[in-house]
Design a protein around this ligand. Structure first.
Ligand code: PLP
Length: 419
């Protein structure tokens, strides 16, 4: 059995991991074994996450923080335990700093409204990178329009890395916030966010890290990064859809205004005004997504049991294998050649539309994504309205990569014959 170099723990075994994900044994398209390579869009779920949801609904479904009956107590305890488990997974000091949201998108919108409308003014700048997902762009565009503030972009270089010199030059006392993805969902680039956060803080700016593509794939520690905000989604990390997290430093959450108003987020209410509940409840109006919070904690427990270091290491090895294999296909160009990168691999093939590629490989049971991947301005910069993306996760194997490469060769053969 292969062992991890330092820990003596068995190295990640994708074959064993695969067996824990029921959907991966499916056959699609007239009996083709499924090769799932659309993990940057959403990951598959292990049986224990599905069982955690089932157990909640079968055995202790009740609303939280309200009633004092047995089921309500059980549901409340498990919901708050979930917050603690997820908080320690990202190194948060206190579960009060962990807010349940619907996902990365809602987390970022929460910050744009509850922090941005209070602290960003007409002379201020919000700095984004050109590789941001629309989820980390549109909320800031809306904020800039509402406040008269200005968006400033960090350019992406040809190799898919950020232009860090331009970043440092553009940071100034006007920069109120830097909102930055830790891993690009298109280029796979892993940005040096710890250094960039240090630079931003020196300039007096706050930093929001979009962890949608990093938290599922590598160890992320909010204390080590010293980020002010971190947003991520459960569904990309083996958890359910409709649940995600906003981590924020307690001192910021304390002074921010609420995002949504309603039940649960108040302390005292009179006809014309109200005071707010303590953290984290001030930011969780209404009945929360109890089942999926518990499901996300199960997913976090699962990932932790495998070890985020090992998951990251295995994915990096598989990514290197996939990049090498894809480069053997003539006419295929990969976008994203950063020295530090993860397993989201986007490419174009000469003379073949990405949607055709996706459609054809799907006939062989291979699921990949085609489109603008919610990064329209960057796609335009690279001169392609769309690309094809294969994205890897902990259950993918070299065999999956080989099946993708064979399918792509068949697509190429088909189009070569047709022209
Ligand atoms: N940020 C990045 C980098 C992403 O890849 C995604 C989803 O693909 C998001 C944000 C948005 O995540 P969600 O749709 O779960 O809110």
């Amino acid at each position: 059995m292969a062992h991890t170099r330092h820990t003596g723990k068995p190295a990640l075994d994708p074959a064993r991991v695969r067996s824990e994900f029921p959907v991966l044994s499916r056959f699609v398209r007239d009996g083709k074994p499924l090769v799932y390579l659309d993990n940057a869009a959403t990951s598959q779920k292990p049986a224990l996450v599905i069982e955690a949801l089932d157990e909640y609904y079968r055995h202790y479904n009740a609303n939280v923080h309200r009633a004092i009956h047995h089921l309500a107590e059980e549901a409340t305890t498990r919901y708050e335990e979930a917050r603690t488990v997820i908080g320690s997974f990202i190194g948060a000091e206190n579960p009060r700093e962990v807010i349940f949201t619907r996902g990365t998108t809602e987390s970022i919108n929460l910050v744009a409204h509850a922090w941005g409308r209070k602290y960003v003014g007409a002379d201020d700048e919000i700095m984004l990178s050109e590789m941001e997902h629309h989820s980390n762009m549109i909320p800031w565009q809306l904020l800039a329009k509402a406040t008269g503030s200005r968006l400033v972009y960090i350019p992406v270089l040809e190799n898919g890395e950020l232009d860090l010199d331009a970043y440092r030059e553009r940071l100034s006392s006007r920069t109120r916030l830097v909102a930055l993805t830790q891993m690009s969902n298109v280029l796979g680039t892993i940005n040096p966010v710890a250094d960039m956060i240090r630079d931003a803080h020196r300039a007096g700016a706050r930093v929001l890290v979009d962890g949608a593509q990093s938290v599922p794939h590598m160890p992320v520690d909010v204390k080590a990064l010293d980020c002010d905000f971190l947003a991520f989604s459960g569904h990309k990390m083996c958890g359910p859809t409709g649940i995600g997290i906003l981590y924020a430093k307690e001192e910021l959450l304390e002074t921010m205004d609420p995002f949504h108003g309603g039940g649960e987020m108040i302390s005292k209410v009179s006809w014309h005004e109200a005071t707010w509940a303590d953290l984290p409840h001030k930011f969780e109006a209404g009945t929360p997504n109890i089942a999926d919070a518990i499901g996300l904690a199960a997913a976090v427990g699962y990932l932790s049991s495998l070890g985020m270091d090992d998951i990251h290491r295995a994915e990096q090895a598989l990514t290197a294998y996939a990049l090498e294999a894809l480069r053997t296909i003539e006419g295929l160009r990969i976008y994203g050649d950063a020295a530090n990168r993860g397993g989201a691999i986007s490419f174009v093939m000469e003379g073949i539309h990405p949607h055709d590629i996706s459609h054809f490989v799907d006939q062989d049971g291979v699921a990949v994504r085609a489109g603008h991947m919610c990064c329209q301005p960057m796609m335009k910069k690279f001169g392609h309205p769309a690309m094809t993306r294969a994205s890897l996760y902990l259950y993918n194997t070299r065999d999956d990569v080989d099946r993708l490469v064979e399918a792509l060769e068949r697509v190429k053969g088909f189009f070569n014959r047709a022209t």
